[in-house]
Design a protein around this ligand. Sequence first.
Ligand code: PLP
Length: 415
Amino acid sequence: MNRSPVWHPFTQHGLNEPIPLVTHGEGAALYTDDGRRIVDAISSWWVTTHGHRHPRIMAAIADQARKLDQVIFAGWTHEPAETLARDLVAMMPRELAHVFYSDSGSTCVEVALKMALGYWANRGEPRHRILVLEHSYHGDTIGAMSVGARGVFNAAYAPLLFDTGTIPFPAAGNEQATIDALEAACRDGAAAFIVEPLVLGAGGMLIYPPAVLAEMRAVCARHGVLLIADEVMTGWGRTGTLLACEQAGIVPDLLCLSKGLTGGALPLAVTMASDAIYDAHLSSDRARMFYHSSSYTANPIACAAANANLAIWRDEPVLERIAGLSARQAARLAPLRALPNVRNARAIGTITAIDLTGGGEGYLSRLGPALLARFREQDLLLRPLGNTIYVMPPYCIDDTDLDRIYAAIGEAAGV
Ligand code: PLP
């Protein structure tokens, strides 16, 4: 029995499943206290982009730790945050000229929602309704849960969640229904539409085409509804481009980034906003300021890690590495398509996914825990979403480790 006082996230301690103790990490691998080398096939919950303990990021953290650990960010500033904001503005679409710091994917979503409502309130035409895409996931704080799909994850908290308008997922062949529903909901009046561009992650790695995202952007623009792009998972190259939005040729009004912002080394997030949203809060009237902060906003060491990540993106052939990984994964996914238990083999950028039949669908599918245990025994960190097995490795993973991952998935799918 696990007697640790630690209460782990998304963990049912009553099942007494083993909880490995990780002592160090390097590249695409994690090492445990009992001497095992684990292949991190999901980038430690989608955060580790370049690999664990990337030397440039580790050096930047150590260097910053010698100078400034933390300082209040309301009314004060520091060089790592100023550099990072300037470089993000230079790297991301130029319409997103304002950078607000927070600490996690959930909080940068909360910030985006509050900015959207603040925008409308400060314009004197309050709008409150938020439109969301079916099967979405945006985090586990109350606001982020409210704009995510309802289900077993949040049923107990339902009374706290606010109402939203749900637009059907653009499943293949049904894209027009999505666009029509969005058009109707926008016509009825909405403050904002929040989307995960091109891939709904926790909803089951559901992929939809860039043309649909472009059309959704156009509908929002026609009705003056703000578009919030939650690129917490898709950003930093995951879908093959720096941002998934690029593939649709669109720029949102608000952009949420976290996870790979520091290369996965430290918690940090940003919400990037257009001039219109910033200007709506700009005034000599204190009542119109943006009322949000947390103690560690723009922590200098986390900002230094993010600066090192941006430098890696500038100096190293990251996109080429991603293209290579995408091709290497596609080659290994192809044979799985033929297996009788495999449905919907799919891929985008560095992400591949399959659904297994049998065992029931959804997050509580019987298959999930059985697969998890099986992969753990094989020293693979894979964490199926119910009956969906996906792979989302660090960009530095080598062929030997990829072979191990896909061989294990093939075996699991074959039984
Ligand atoms: N948004 C998306 C699209 C996510 O995938 C996630 C986490 O997986 C979040 C938000 C929440 O991020 P965090 O877990 O850092 O709060």
